[in-house]
Design a protein around this ligand. Structure first.
Ligand SMILES: Cc1ncc(COP(=O)(O)O)c(C=O)c1O
Length: 400
């Protein structure tokens, strides 16, 4: 007997694109058949969490830190984040402007809930991390994308933003630098223009800076370097990528105090708080220089991998790729192959046993691209290059 179709709420129509998690499930099914897959699909550092952080969380457990914490986070952690961020970006941050959450993602989600009414205009990059669109969609926002300039390393088209701000009423602009999936970074002048526009037109800027610690030649520029942005700024970052703590679920936001209170109320009424003993791990991560040494080691390893991977990809016909400035993603243009990026991705998995993520998982503008996450060992990256070279050869002849 056929099961009745569930009538889901309309707000879920079109909600949720394919993510690395789904590709990973397919890859795991292949592995269950004894096939060895190279995993370049999911966006998380492949390193273990530094041991001092693990020990701090274990000690917190032993000390009985197993109860609810305040919704906005442990005061001691909010203070530590405020102090750390103020020092890092040479600005002032009060603990009351810090909100701790189970990752950066809930802060993105809750910020939309707190600030955006149905029909209000939200601008997201045309190639984007899917959580922005999902969070905007669920509040019924009018969503438009703004162009990223591939020839300028996927920096935003600030002339387009200037025109848009003049002709339409923007409620929230989402920016993400270093950028998933392209590895691009905004330039100082991009931030300046965005700060001017936000001040002039009074819109909110949600800045996702979760890759702030994984940059290569140039240091990360934060929105917090621009004090004029602060009254309308939601800056999100966290422990996931920086300290290889994706599964711990700890992130933070720097927001105006009034908004911090609303985010805390949303937390109270949904997930209550961030896991208490994990917050002690997060505190250790920030406070102990040993953790920062581990962060630097991970960054150096990503640099080594990038230095191998990018030239190796460029050797392959039909593959074009720019130099990532941050993150651990290579965003390869494979548009000269005679298939869509989704087909490329499916065939890479089925025929070459390479798990990657097609560019259209990040929006239609990602057509022609495939994202390869180099959160994997050099040995595996070499195997990937061998497999990709052999696979592309089969189809490059077709594309002439
Ligand atoms: C751009 C971007 N923002 C946010 C996140 C999620 O971060 P968190 O684990 O802190 O929720 C990711 C994870 O892939 C990401 O790529």
């Amino acid at each position: 007997m056929a099961t009745d179709e569930i009538r889901f709420a309309e707000r879920l129509f079109g909600f949720g694109r394919v993510t690395g998690f789904e590709v990973k499930q397919k890859a795991l099914a292949l592995e269950a058949q004894g096939i060895e897959v190279v995993h370049l699909e999911v966006g998380e550092p492949d390193f273990p969490t530094p041991p001092n952080i693990i020990n701090a969380a274990k000690s917190a457990l032993d000390a009985g830190q197993t109860h609810y914490a305040p919704s906005a986070g442990l005061p001691v952690l909010r203070e530590a984040v405020a102090e750390h961020i103020a020092g890092k970006y040479r600005t002032t941050v009060r603990p009351s402007e810090v909100v701790i959450a189970p990752g950066a993602k809930p802060l993105i989600f809750f910020s939309f809930q707190a600030l955006v009414n149905p029909g209000e205009l939200v601008l997201i990059p045309e190639i984007n991390f899917p959580a922005y669109e999902a969070a905007a969609m669920i509040v019924g926002a009018r969503i438009e994308t703004y162009p990223l300039l591939a020839e300028k390393g996927f920096r935003p088209d600030t002339d387009w933003l200037t025109d848009k701000a003049a002709e339409d009423q923007i409620r929230m602009l989402v920016i993400n630098s270093p950028h998933n999936p392209t590895g691009g970074m905004f330039a100082q002048e991009d931030y300046k223009r965005i700060a001017e526009l936000a001040e002039m037109h009074g819109f909110w800027v949600l800045s996702d800076e979760v890759y702030s610690s994984i940059t290569y030649d140039e240091p990360h520029v934060s929105t917090l370097h621009f004090p004029e942005l602060k009254p309308r700024l939601i800056m999100v970052d966290g422990w996931s990528k920086t300290f290889a703590m994706t599964g711990w679920r700890v992130g933070f936001g720097i927001v105006p105090e009034q908004l911090a209170k609303k985010l805390a109320t949303l937390t109270t009424n949904s997930n209550s708080c961030t896991c208490t003993f994990n917050q002690y791990g997060a505190l250790e991560a920030i406070k102990n220089p040993e953790s920062w040494r581990a962060v630097e080691q991970m960054r150096q390893e990503f640099i080594r991998r990038s230095e191998y991977l990018i030239p190796a990809l460029r050797e392959i016909d039909c593959v074009k790729v720019g130099e990532p400035k941050g993150t651990f993603y290579a965003f390869a243009d494979m548009s000269s192959l005679p298939m869509t990026s989704k087909e490329i991705n499916d065939r890479l998995l089925e025929e070459a046993h390479i798990a990657a993520l097609h560019g259209t998982a990040f929006g239609e503008a990602g057509e022609g691209y495939v994202r390869f996450s180099f959160a994997n060992s050099l040995v595996n990256l070499r195997s990937f290059i061998d497999r990709l070279t052999a696979w592309v050869e089969k189809y490059c002849t077709e594309c002439g």
